[in-house]
Ligand binder design. Structure first.
Ligand SMILES: [Zn+2]
Length: 652
């Protein structure tokens, strides 16, 4: 009996073991089937979104024909929407601009190698009183807002020839010269004598860095999407891509709002929020000198550096931020534009302002050609900031600049970057879906010098491969750091992946906006789906957004009106994407508010918590129509509020 009991227990145990094993196998199999079904469902959902699209109520607001092609981009997870250069719905925003001539009085002064010459032929062309002496003042920066004229020198002039050489010894980049009634502020490069001494570089010569001593010239245009660059500067685009072999980054996506939202990540690898507070009129804020700007690293390596922006009132580091206490680079054009900024005109006398910018860049590059590598950053705002079309006026001059530098061999060892900070931020075109996406995809092109193309073909191949991948201003920073072999230990790495990847390294095809540090609000490749603007979700989100904006302006209620909703013009939603770890639903809406009829576009995360939705506004809110003078009352005191504040009648 005992034996039997023992035996049956033994048999039972074995049976149990078999049953358990069977069960385990069955469970594993079932799980496998479930995962597979879920995978199929997932695929199906994606396919539906991609192929079916949604019918939109607005003629200019259609996503269904912007689906990315699925052939060679198959493996790329973040596929940018397919945008057409000239869709019929947007064609009416574009027109030709009449040729551009500056009709101001001739510039009679020229400067070369520190010698100022007066062209007497031009002087005599103008009916002007005779003069017998000239004066010159040099120009000294005090800080970002102030410069003074010093060291006035005078010279007697005897008009005996076609041109008069003035023996002034010019030792500054900017000066003012006056002969009778001919007067002008002049900009040029006065090379720093210390930097004209070639440096010996025993340490670097040992390193295998392929980019050794390569110069970098960055030339940017404000508010120019990749497509608008192609539309309005087709000859430049052709020259860059066909003659110079530029690689255009078609997946280059912004990571923040406005110019500062591009410059800060490109030059520091960080967002503004990650860096010391440099906001104007805020407690304990510092000068922008506190930022780890990459040109400081270039300087350390012995480079000559330059930074030039026109439109000082809109300068990226001065509009909302404190600007620089010390001059940030060896050559810095701000004091000059401060003096001559003459409102909305594109000319300074007979010279287009953009040509003055191009000249400053070119002179800088050539001045140190035989002594130092160069890092130059030139950015033009006025010509492209307010209008999609006017940028075409620079085409011939830009072509001349690029072909001059390239064909005369001045770019043989220089990386040339022609770029923009973002696409259109406001205006009619911006209110269309295409405009919204174009804002997020600015122009970014990189020309590698022959020295790298020839000796390191792999670098070119990798860069070309990355041209369709998702890339960002953070990657531009990593690239700039890579050029000089600077290893930045402070770069944040979300999800264990680097947020910033040098473009000379392979960018993963499965990179998502999250991996790349792009907030949902800016991510152009998300699969958005239209939802009814008057529906309950959009209404709830709009109410939340306007309450959020009102909370921001509440401390300034004596200056700014509280806002209320007029209507929701567009709404789109992106569903949670578990595959990419996105657990929330995103809703992007455009809301019109009163007073002032502002249009705000924002993205709100909705997380479901115990049946209750919790909402958060992602970092940036876009103001997509012009605020003009609506917010003048906070312009100087609280520049952060400009896009939200509608000033009370008696405060402007
Ligand atoms: Zn900008």
């Amino acid at each position: 009996m005992a034996y039997n009991v023992l035996q049956s227990t033994h048999v039972n145990r074995r049976r149990l073991k078999n049953v358990t094993r069977g069960l385990c196998i069955a469970i594993v199999f079932l799980l496998g089937v479930l995962v597979y079904i879920q995978y199929l469902i997932g695929l199906n959902i994606r396919t539906n979104v991609i192929t079916k699209g949604v019918v939109y109520s607005f003629e200019e607001w259609k996503r269904d024909d912007m689906v990315a092609p699925t052939t060679e981009l198959e493996t790329v997870v973040c596929k940018q929407p397919h945008l057409e250069l000239n869709r019929p719905e947007i064609a009416h925003w574009f027109h030709d601009i009449n040729r551009f001539t500056c009709t101001g009085r001739d510039d009679v002064f020229t400067i070369q190698d520190g010698v100022v010459t007066v062209d007497m032929v031009k002087v005599h062309k103008h009916i002007a009183p005779e003069f017998d002496k000239c004066q010159l003042w040099s120009f000294h920066r005090i800080d970002d807002e102030e410069a003074v004229f010093k060291n006035k020198v005078e010279e007697r002039v005897v008009d005996t020839s076609d041109s008069v050489r003035l023996n002034f010894n010019v030792t500054t980049d900017f000066f003012r010269v006056k002969c009778g009634e001919f007067e002008r502020y002049v900009s040029h490069i006065y090379p720093n004598p210390n930097l004209l001494v070639p440096q010996s570089r025993p340490v670097l010569k040992m390193s295998p860095n392929p980019f050794q001593d390569v110069s970098v010239l960055m030339l940017g245009f404000d508010s120019t999407s990749c497509l608008n660059f192609m539309r309005k500067l087709p000859k430049v685009y052709d020259y860059l891509t066909k003659e110079m072999g530029a690689v255009v980054l078609r997946g280059y996506n912004i990571v923040g709002d406005a110019t500062a939202g591009a410059f800060i990540p490109i030059l520091t690898g960080h967002t503004e929020a990650e860096l010391p507070n440099v906001k104007r009129n805020t407690k304990n804020s510092q000068f922008v000198d506190a930022y780890p700007l990459i040109w400081k690293q270039y300087k350390k390596k012995g480079y000559a550096t330059q930074f030039a922006e026109d439109m000082p009132g809109f300068a990226a580091f001065n509009l909302r931020l404190n600007g620089f206490k010390e001059q940030p680079t060896d050559h810095y054009m701000r004091p000059f534009w401060h003096k001559i900024d003459e409102g909305p005109t594109f000319c300074y006398g007979s010279v287009p302002k953009h040509v003055m910018m191009f000249d400053y860049l070119k002179e800088f590059h050539l001045a140190y050609e035989s002594s130092r590598p160069r890092f130059g950053f030139t950015f033009l705002t006025q010509i492209s900031h307010d209008d999609l079309n006017i940028i075409e006026l620079v085409q011939q001059d830009l072509l001349n600049l690029l072909s001059g530098l390239y064909e005369e061999g001045h770019l043989n060892n220089t990386i040339m970057v022609v770029f923009s900070d973002h696409g259109p931020r406001y205006g009619n075109m911006r209110e269309t879906l295409q405009g919204k996406i174009e804002e997020r995809l600015p122009f970014m092109s990189i020309v590698l010098p022959d020295s790298i193309k020839r000796n390191h073909p792999k670098v070119l191949k990798t860069l070309q491969q990355n041209s369709d991948r998702l890339t960002t201003p953070f990657d531009m920073y990593a690239t700039l750091a890579d050029v000089i072999g600077h290893k930045d230990p402070h770069l944040p790495a979300p999800n264990g992946l680097p947020r910033a990847i040098s473009l000379f390294t392979k960018i993963p095809a499965n990179r998502t906006c999250q991996d790349a540090g792009i907030e949902t609000h800016w991510c152009a490749c998300l699969q958005w789906k239209s939802i009814p603007p008057e529906g309950s979700v959009a209404t709830k989100v709009a109410k939340f957004l306007v309450a959020h904006i009102n909370a921001l302006i509440k401390p300034y209620m004596s200056l700014c009106h509280q806002l209320s909703i007029v209507n929701v013009t567009h709404a789109e939603a992106a569903e949670p994407d578990n595959q990419n770890g996105i657990t929330y639903r995103d809703v992007q809406i455009t809301v019109e508010t009163t007073p002032g009829l502002a249009l705000f576009e924002a993205t709100v995360h909705i997380t479901e918590k115990l049946g209750n939705d919790s909402m958060t506004v992602t970092s940036d809110i876009s103001r997509i129509n012009k605020y003009g003078h609506q917010s003048d009352c906070v312009l100087n005191t609280n520049p952060e509020l400009r896009k939200y504040c509608y000033c009370r009648e008696d405060k402007n």
